[in-house]
Write a protein of this length. Structure first.
Length: 318
């Protein structure tokens, strides 16, 4: 009897969740009432950003596979819908020694136990071999607490921690699709770089990030540096393949305390996608999606699978 009740409750919960999301016809009807026309101006933007978004839409509509195009539209709309807090969207600073030194020491211990480190498993935006993970939860909690006021000063608002993870060690052949982070929780963030070993120091592995001015920047982090970035807004990734043994760091996320400042949900983004998103798209059952990323020709990373037009995907040789 208890098992039957559990199953009934589970079915009821799933039914409520499924019913809460609009059908496509309902979504389009709501869009026409809310947004009326396209392109829609969510905020005042720089000329560079506006031009970049116009060009991006053209590229997205050239993606033929419907699942991949839909994922691109989600990223595309999120980047336009959310607020900005800083002039350009990112800033490089030196990590406080109280944060860097214990984390760097932990990284070195992890490297000594390389073969014993766990693998992270598949992450949709990471391509190539699974990353190694060295778990140091107390050090992460300490770092997030110390760094909170620095993030609040940069963003100009009160923040609360949402997540921090690492020490992630990317491996040879890794790349990272260009993406925006989780819209609700990953708002004001930082990448803390602890160390790396390149095959050739003249071939670094930069993070690429789009600024509010519409320009694409490349930032080469050195050990002990951290990069503030508006992670739900600024598209970022590492399109080139990493060439080396390891690239180690951790990822630190906060959200605004005030719901008046930030209360975006995934459904807000879904419901803002205009009706013409699917024009000319081809539905391919079982086809991989973009993986929560922008996969247009100008932003696709080196080893991202590419749909060849006949319903199959080709993965570049590593």
């Amino acid at each position: 009897m208890k098992l039957i009740l559990c199953i009934v409750c589970l079915v009821a919960i799933v039914s409520v969740v499924n019913c809460s999301r609009l059908s496509e016809n309902q979504r389009i009807a709501q869009w026409k009432e809310t947004y009326v026309t396209w392109p829609y101006k969510f905020h005042d933007e720089s000329e560079g950003w506006t031009a970049l978004m116009a060009a991006r839409e053209v590229e997205i509509m050239q993606i033929k596979e419907s699942s991949e195009r839909w994922e691109n539209w989600l990223q595309f709309i999120q980047g336009q819908m959310v607020y900005t807090f800083t002039p350009i969207g990112f800033k490089l600073i030196q990590m406080p020694d109280t944060v860097f030194k214990p984390l760097h020491a932990a990284m070195l211990l992890g490297l000594e136990n390389w073969d014993g480190l766990r693998t992270e498993g598949k992450i949709p935006v990471i391509h190539g071999p699974d990353s190694k993970m060295h778990d140091v939860p107390q050090l992460l909690r300490d770092a997030q607490k110390i760094l909170l006021p620095l993030h609040e000063e940069w963003a100009g608002m009160k923040l609360k921690p949402t997540s921090i993870y690492g020490i992630r060690m990317y491996r040879n052949g890794s790349s990272l699709s260009m993406h925006n982070d989780k819209v609700y929780t990953h708002v004001v963030s930082s990448i803390l770089h602890l160390g790396h070993e390149y095959d050739n120091d003249d071939e670094p592995w930069p993070i690429e990030i789009e600024g509010h001015d519409g320009k694409l920047y490349q930032v080469n982090l050195e050990p002990g540096q951290m990069l503030f970035y508006e992670s739900a807004r600024c598209l970022h990734g590492r399109r080139s393949m990493f060439k080396g043994k390891y690239y180690a760091g951790l990822f630190n996320h906060y959200q605004p305390v005030s719901r008046d400042t930030w209360n975006y949900k995934v459904d807000d983004i879904i419901n803002a996608i205009p009706p013409h998103w699917s024009k000319g798209a081809v539905m391919t059952p079982g086809a991989p999606v973009a993986g929560c990323a922008i996969t247009t020709a100008s932003r696709r990373c080196e080893n991202h699978p590419v749909w060849d037009g006949d319903g199959t995907y080709d993965s570049p040789d590593l």
